[in-house]
Every structure is written in C-alpha cells, then in structure tokens.
Write a protein that binds this ligand. Structure first.
Ligand code: NDP
Length: 525
C-alpha cells in the first residue's frame, strides 16, 4: 500500500482511520499553491492559474421559509415544524423548509386524486401538452435562476447545473409534451390509460433533473403527482412549484411535500397512491418494495450502481482519459451511473494511469458558483463522512492512493479527486457504491476477463467501453449486465433514450417511450 498525495503547504484534517502517511482522506485545508516543479510525464501537470469567475447570486431570491405545495397553493405544515437546508460549499443556512406530517401527505394525495379525476384526467392530451410545453419554456426562461439555486443547494458546479441539469430538465418536459397528444399511437393496438396518482421520491444528486424525469412522463400520460424531494436539496422543487403556478397548471396536478425519509414511506404506502417511482439508494429502494408489497401499486426503482468503465489497449487514450474523468468526477462522483471502476487492459495500464494523474492535477476543486470549477462540494457532511470512511478502507485494505495537490476551501464539504490503483476485486472500494470523486482501478488481460470483472457486482446500471473496434463494442455491450452501455463516451443522456438498471440497480425505465409505459395501463382497443 502506498499513499501518494502531492505535497501541499497546509495541514490535514480528518485523517481516515488506519491510514498513515500523507492525508489520504483528503479533507485537507491547504494554503499554498501547487509546486512549481510540476511537469508533464511525472504524473503531474503544468500549473494553470485561473482568475476567479463567480456567477452572481443576485438572480435568485431565496426566501427565509418555504411551505408545502398542495392543491396549487403554498400551505404551512400541520405540525408547524421546519427543517433547514444548507449550502454545502459554505455551510450557511439557506432557508427553513416545511416539515410535512402524515395529515399533510394525506391532504396532498387527496388534492392529487381530485385533479386526476377532473381537471387533469379529463383533459384531452393536446391540452395537457400545452401545459407541459409551457413548463418547458418557463424552465428555459428561468434557467439561470434554477442553475444558481441548484448549485447553492446541492454543491454542484455551476457549469454543470447550467449546461447539463437545467437544459436536460427542460428537454424532458419538451419531449414528453410531444407524447401527451399521441398516446393513441405510442402503443400500437392498445389504449393507454393513466394510472392515477403517482408518489415520487427523488434524491439529492440531480434534484431538478430527477424531478423532471418523474413529473414530465407522469403528467403527459394524464396522471397527477405528489413528489418528495431529498431533505438536503428541496429548493429547486420549491422553485418548480412557482413554475407550476406561473404556467397556470390546474390545482392539485403537482403537489410537493418536504420532510424526512419517514414521510416518504408514508407517501408511498398511502392507499390513495396508484404508482410509486423512486430514485435513491438500493437500501431504501428495498424498504419501499417491501413496504408496498401486496398493495397492487405499479413500481419503478432507480437505485445505486458500481459501473465498470473498460479501456482496451486499442482505445484512443486521450479521448478515454476525458471519458474516465467525466465518468467519475462529474458531479463529484455523486452519480448513480458513475464509472467508478476503471478496468484497464494491462498492456496500457502504465501510460494511461500517468496521463490520468496529469489530468487529475488540472481539475479545479472549489466554489461551485465559480464558472471554472470542475469539482464542487460534496452534498452533505454525512456523505463526506461516508466517502472519507470508504477511502480510508481502501488504504487500509492495501490499495495505492493518489490525490493531486489542490487547495480546498476553508469551509464546506470538499473532497479531492481520488484515484486508487492496485485494487483487488475483494476491496470495499471495488464493491461498494462510494458516491464520491473516487475511482478504483483494476486491470485485465483478455476481453473475457474484462466481462467477468465488470459483471462481478450486485449492481447493473451502466458500463463504458473504450476501443477502436466496432465489433468489440458490440461483443462487449451484449455481455454487459447493465441497463445502459456507453461506447467511446460516458454519461450521455437524452430524454428520448431509456435509462434504468438490472439486479440491485432497480427495475423499470425512465426516459423515452419506455418511461411513458411506466405511467400507463394498457387496455385492448
Ligand atoms: P436515500 O436513498 O436515503 O435518499 C433518497 C430519497 O429517499 C430522499 O428523498 C430521502 O429522503 C428518501 N428516503 C430516505 N429514507 C426513506 C424511506 N425509508 N422511505 C422513503 N423514502 C426515503 O439516499 P441518501 O441520501 O441517504 O444517500 C445514501 C447513499 O445512497 C449514497 O451514499 C449513495 O450511495 C446512494 N444514493 C444513490 C442515489 C442514486 O441516484 N442511485 C441517489 C442518492 C443516494 P431524505 O432526503 O429526507 O432522507
């Protein structure tokens, strides 16, 4: 085991248990700059200074307190309770948010039921489409506001919320608006009927995007929804409530309740719910599946992952490096389909790892609102602790750790981009979902060995293949037990393309026609 952390001028904090040597937990607070001696070829890059380019916060007006969005109005929770949401990059409190209780959940479901029966369920598809188009347009018009708010509440870099999350969220509404008046053609020979009321629970890694994945197809198919955002990232959902009002969406079509996991469980098990859609951890996904067993509700689960990103010796290396970096350091690695296991053919392992270290040294970690930032803040203290603990386990189990020298802000939840080599299949860092900027590297000699190792996981959400040969791509893709396989790219999303998992990564698909199917009951004509 070795720990290779580039020298920095400051002291380390949070050294993980079991690790001696330089600061593998990487919750370092450093004062100095990268060493002047950095150069290509030695695992480091030439330092490249950027002037700060902070996005203005002025476009967002965060209110001190938010209520629940039920029946088209903002209402205070029955118990009067609140919880706070913080900016993970600064640890400042952003707002108080309503703590929903069981009677609030009941109220939201009754509002959704009323709308499903009348104002929404009775509308022709072409009329529903108009509302969805309107929401898409408003999301685009208010995109900067959403991007800044999302980055402040979640910690993700502004360039990602601005260029990925918000445009893709709007694209989902555009796409499903297009289906709303074409349901008669979507499933040939069958009549598609809405299921009724959908209970939807979303996670904190892509708050607005997951909201759109859930709400857009549900509404297009004529359902109404009650959505619960994650407790650490409720603000973009509350801003979306404002969009619903601005779009004149009939009351009760979209309802949003905020509160802890227990409220999520009350929501999905409520007898007034017809369909449950969940994105989050495998652990909670299993609890939900058990909780609603026997209730006859439709269920889709999008859960965790431990994707293999497989690089063959004939792959274009520089392109692969960008794909690897995008695969695991995008959104701080807090991505269910992150390429968190790098499988590299043994013959190119050395040059690839050298290039990768060079590239990691150029990643800019810090203020999510700075337009130059590549890696922002970890979403919560709890998540930072989980990452720190798993990285310490990797070191203790004998893997070699590399972290580039980079300054981390004094406050906030930050973690350095981390690369493990010399990883064994049995290590926790090769088996468990870390949900952080941590890449575990394994090697293989033959395609068969790559297939064997890639599929040796309880998960099956995504995989990546890097090779020059089309035939090899097809051969590998066929053998991957993963819902999505990217070839010579990674983390590509399109609303028309279905997304979902195998095994413990869940079941059901979101996106495309498959995503619509999850919200309809098909009857014979
Ligand atoms: P959770 O699965 O706990 O949270 C996801 C959503 O489910 C949140 O809205 C959460 O609410 C809600 N929830 C929590 N407990 C319950 C419950 N018993 N019944 C119904 N809903 C519930 O993920 P965490 O935020 O705790 O993250 C833990 C780990 O899960 C991460 O480290 C990561 O590995 C994985 N994860 C995977 C995601 C994915 O996209 N596949 C997304 C997020 C996490 P609340 O926020 O109020 O707790």
């Amino acid at each position: 085991m070795t720990t290779e952390t580039e020298p920095t001028a400051g002291a380390a904090e949070n050294q993980p248990a079991g690790a001696d040597g330089p600061e593998p937990g990487a919750v370092a607070r450093t004062a100095g700059h990268a060493p002047n001696s950095w150069g290509l070829g030695d695992g480091q890059a030439i330092p490249w200074e950027y002037a700060p380019a902070p996005e203005s916060r002025d476009i967002v007006r965060i209110r001190p307190r938010y209520g629940l969005f039920i029946g088209g109005r903002e209402v205070m929770p029955t118990g009067g309770g609140v919880f706070t949401t913080v900016n993970p990059a600064t640890e400042e409190t952003l707002a108080e948010v309503a703590l929903a209780t069981e009677p609030d959940v009941d109220k939201a479901i009754r509002a959704a039921r009323r709308a499903a029966g009348k104002s929404w369920g009775g509308l022709p598809g072409r009329e529903r489409a108009k509302y969805l188009f309107r929401i898409a347009r408003i999301l685009q018009e208010r995109s900067r506001e959403f991007a800044v708010l999302e980055s402040m509440d979640s910690g993700k870099p502004i360039k990602e919320s601005r260029d990925v999350d918000v445009p893709l969220a709007a694209a989902h509404f555009w796409y499903y608006a297009g289906w709303a008046d074409k349901l008669d053609y979507a499933f040939p020979g069958r009549v598609a009927r809405p299921l009724g009321v959908a209970a939807q629970i979303i996670p904190w890694n892509f708050p607005l995007l997951m909201l759109s994945w859930k709400i857009a197809p549900a509404l297009a198919a004529g359902n109404t929804v009650v959505l619960k955002p994650a407790s650490t990232t409720p603000l973009s959902a509350m801003l979306f409530a404002d969009v619903c009002r601005q779009a004149d969406l009939p009351a009760g079509v979209v309802n949003i309740v905020t509160g802890p996991g227990e409220i999520g469980m009350k929501l999905v098990t409520h007898p007034g719910v017809d369909k449950v859609a969940f994105t989050g951890s495998t652990e909670v996904g299993k609890l939900i599946a058990k909780g609603i067993a026997g209730q006859g509700k439709a269920l889709t689960l999008e859960l965790g992952g431990k994707a293999a990103n497989i690089v063959f010796e004939d792959a274009p290396l520089d392109q692969a490096i960008e794909g690897i970096v995008n695969g695991i350091y995008f959104n701080q690695g807090e991505v269910c389909c992150a390429g968190s296991r790098l499988l590299v053919q043994e013959s190119i392992a050395e040059p690839l790892i050298t290039k990768l270290k060079d590239r990691l040294a150029t990643l800019r970690v810090g203020d999510p609102l700075d337009k130059n930032t590549d890696v922002g803040a970890i979403n919560s203290k709890a998540q930072l602790e989980k990452i720190t603990e798993l990285v310490a386990a990797g070191v203790a189990e004998g893997a070699d750790l590399y972290q580039p020298a980079c300054e981390l802000p004094e406050r906030g939840f930050f973690f350095r981009p981390t690369l493990f080599t010399n990883v064994a299949q049995s290590h926790r860092i090769a088996r468990e979902e870390i949900f952080g900027p941590v890449l575990s590297t394994l090697t293989f000699r033959t395609p068969e060995e790559a297939v064997e190792k890639a599929n040796n996981t309880p998960y099956g959400l995504s995989a990546g293949i890097w090779t020059d040969k089309g035939s090899r791509i097809l051969m590998m893709a066929q053998r991957m037990r993963a819902g999505v396989v990217w070839a010579n790219t990674f983390n590509r999303f399109d609303p028309a393309s279905p997304f979902g998992g195998y095994k413990e990564s869940g079941y059901g698909r979101e996106g495309g026609l498959h995503g619509l199917l999850a919200y309809v009951r098909l009857e014979d004509r």
